[in-house]
Design a binder for this molecule. Sequence first.
Ligand code: TXA
Ligand code: MG
Length: 369
Amino acid sequence: MAGLLAVILCHVVPWSANRFDDRIHRQRQWIAAWSGEVLGKRTLPSTLSCMPAQDPLTIAVAAIRAGHLVGMPTETVYGLAANALDATAVLRVFSAKGRPTFDPLIVHVADAAQAWTVAKPSPRAERLAAALWPGPLTLVLPRRENVPDVVTSGLETVGVRCPAHPLALALIRAAGVPLAAPSANLFGRISPTTAAHVREQLGDAVAVVLDGGPCRVGIESTVLLPDPAPLILRPGGVTRERLEEILGEPVAVADRVARAALLPQQAPGMLPSHYAPVKPLRLRHAGEAWPDDPATGVLAFTGCDLPSSLRQIEVLSRHGDLAEAAAGLFAALRRLDASDVTSLVAELLPDHGLGLGINDRLRRAAGLG
Ligand code: TXA
Ligand code: MG
C-alpha cells in the first residue's frame, strides 16, 4: 500500500516549474490524506519498538532500513533522518515535522564519492568538497535519476552534504544509503542542538534519537549553489570568506529575489517565519537603546552595555567570539522562550564571518527573513 502510494506520488505529481501553486495544493491534499492513512498516530512499527536491548546505532540502522526516522546528531544541528532513496520514508519526515513538501531536503552522505551517486559534481563542487567535507557546507547540484522527487520538491537540483559528526557518518555508512534530513524541529520552530531538544518536539515520530552531545557549530550548514557562479542561498556554518579563499573568486549572497527565482514555491510570504520562538521577538541594531523592561528577555552578543533593570539575559559570547555565539544561539533562544518574560529582544551581531548566518537566523526568528 505504502509502496504503491509512493509510486503514485513520484509519477503522477506534475513537477512543472510554472504550475507550482497547483502542484503544492495537490501535494498538500495528498500528504494530508496519506499521513492520516498510513502513519496513523505516528506510532512506531512493533518490530522496532519491541527490539531487544541493543545499542542505539544498531536500532537506528534497522529503523532507517525499515523506512523509519532517526534523530541524527550533526556538527550543525540535529537532523531528522530517513533513507533518501525511499520516497515513502521521506514523506514520513515531512509528516513528522509538519513541513510543506515544497521545501526540499538536504541529502547527507558519508563522503564525496557517495555524494556523486545522487548529484552531478562540477569542478567547483569537487574543490569545495575536498576542502570542506566533512563539514557544514551543502552543495546544490544537478540531481541524478535515483533521487525521488519528494526529496527535491521536484527541482532538478539536490542539496548534498557530508556532516562532520562521527555518529552521523557511522549511521550513513552502516545504513548503506544516503540520508535525507532536515533539522529535527517542528516546521518553523527553533532548530535542535541537543538530543533532548529532538525528543521534546519529535519524540513520538522517531525510532531513536542518537545522542551525540551538543552540536559544535550550532547553526545550520551554508547552502551554496556553486554554478554558474558561486551563490550562497543560506549563510551558515562555513563563512563566505572561507569559500572565497578556497575558490579564489567572489561568492555572492542571494537576496530574496534571487532565492525566489531558484525556489519559486518558497516565494516571500508563502512560508511562515523560521527558527521562531513562541514569544514575539524584536531585533536590536548596533547603537540602538536596550529595552528597560524586566518583562523583556534579552539575547545579547557580549552583554557589555546592558541596563541593570533587565532580569532575563542570555549572553552569547563575553569575548565577542562568533563561533561561540553560533554554538549557543538556539539553546539560548529556547531558554528565553521558556522563561517567564513576555517578549524578546535580540541583538544583531557584526555582519561578517559566522555573524552572517547568525543574523540570518535572528531575522527569520523575528519574522523578517
Ligand atoms: O546543517 C544543516 O544543513 C541541517 C543538518 C541537519 O544537516 N539541515 C538543515 O536542513 O538545515 P533544513 O531542511 O532545515 O534546511 C535545508 C535548506 C532549506 O532552506 C532548503 O530550501 C535548502 O536547504 N535546499 C535543499 N535543497 C535545495 C535545492 N535543491 N535547491 C535550493 N535549496 C535547497
Ligand atoms: Mg530547518
